[in-house]
Design a protein around this ligand. Structure first.
Ligand code: ATP
Ligand code: MG
Length: 310
């Protein structure tokens, strides 16, 4: 079926041996070909969720299927579809970049394919380091080696747990471009990130995890439309000392020493109130030179969600 989820997580819970409840009844469907970003504060349960889907951690309750296969009963099938870039870097320090990435492919029972390894290393700006030992690389380079390793067996699903932590802005942009290219070739991508801008740039859908609960999964644009407020800023011809009483019914603030009026409105509302506000300004003889609107960022939405939930 076309809209059957590629990954299906049902009633999944995880209690660690020490009794800590890291995941509470998670239900989630990951769609074929999407980029899903998982957001959540430290300790929310993101890595636990990914580790269960990848078969590294046992669930306490519930089930997960990948491409219709059960992650426990059909572990080999599900694992071979998945590439994982773990949060913690772990590689053989003495191996060369080339050997590490090639060897990874072998672990999945796939024959050598030097052209693929070459193009991965080139895409990840690691080609000139291919003969270096891993221990002679910088942290950001090591992370890119992990990505090359995860892609070496040509998985159709890629998990990236904090892929750009410690990667500089320039390279982060290159990595975003690479992830988009992968998505365009049909790879499904699930990533966790603390850089909300990353989710804003990349994700088709956003899931928010807090205290082991998946508190929301939503189409990114829809989320920003529904949850976001917008701000209208008017640059005034004459600065104001205070908001005139005639405009008290609007949610207005003065900014920039009184030279700007900022109007915050809810994008969910039927009416924005802008027409009324402009008429009221006109009646109060307040003239403006320019106006602009801005949408609240995913960051503000996220902070509000997590604060509201805990
Ligand atoms: N092996 C373990 N034994 C006991 N508790 C664990 C274990 N692994 C993780 N936890 C706990 O489970 C919770 C979730 O951890 P997890 O690593 O999934 O969070 P996270 O969302 O990935 O956080 P971060 O953003 O810091 O990576 C944390 O409170 C953590 O201490
Ligand atoms: Mg984590």
């Amino acid at each position: 079926m076309a809209d059957e989820p590629l990954i299906s997580v049902a009633n999944l819970s995880k209690t660690y041996d020490d009794g800590f409840e890291a995941l509470k009844n998670i239900n989630l469907g990951v769609r074929n070909g999407e980029i899903l970003a998982l957001l959540g504060p430290n300790g929310a349960g993101k890595t636990t969720l990914i580790s269960i889907i990848c078969g590294l951690v046992n669930p306490t309750e519930g089930s997960v299927t990948v491409g219709g296969y059960d992650i426990i009963a059909d572990y080999r099938q599900t694992r071979s579809m998945i590439g994982l870039v773990p949060q913690e870097l772990a590689t053989d320090a003495f191996e060369s970049v080339w050997a590490t990435v090639s060897f990874s492919r072998g672990l999945f029972g796939k024959g050598p394919k030097p052209t693929l390894i070459e193009s991965l290393l080139k895409d990840l700006s690691l080609w000139d380091k291919k003969d270096n030992q891993i221990m002679a690389l910088s942290g950001g380079m090591k992370r890119r080696v992990m990505i090359a390793k995860a892609l070496s067996h040509e998985p159709t699903i890629l998990f990236l747990d904090e892929p750009t932590a410690g990667v500089d802005v320039e390279l982060r942009k290159d990595m975003w471009a690479l992830i988009r290219r992968l998505r365009d070739t049909g790879v499904t991508v699930i990533l966790t990130t603390h850089y909300i801008q990353e989710a804003e740039e990349m994700a088709d859908r956003v899931g928010v995890i807090n205290n082991g609960e998946l508190i929301l999964v939503e189409d990114k644009t829809e989320l920003m439309r529904k949850m976001g407020s917008k701000r209208l800023t008017l640059d005034l011809q004459q600065p104001l000392q205070e908001v005139p009483p005639a405009l008290a019914s609007y949610d207005l603030e003065l900014a920039n020493g009184g030279s700007q009026i900022v109007y915050t409105y809810d994008t969910r509302g039927e009416r924005t109130g802008i027409t009324g506000l402009l008429a009221a300004l006109n009646d109060a003889d307040i003239r403006f030179r320019d106006l602009s609107t801005t949408q609240s960022s995913l960051e503000e939405i996220f902070v509000n969600l997590v604060r509201g939930a805990s």
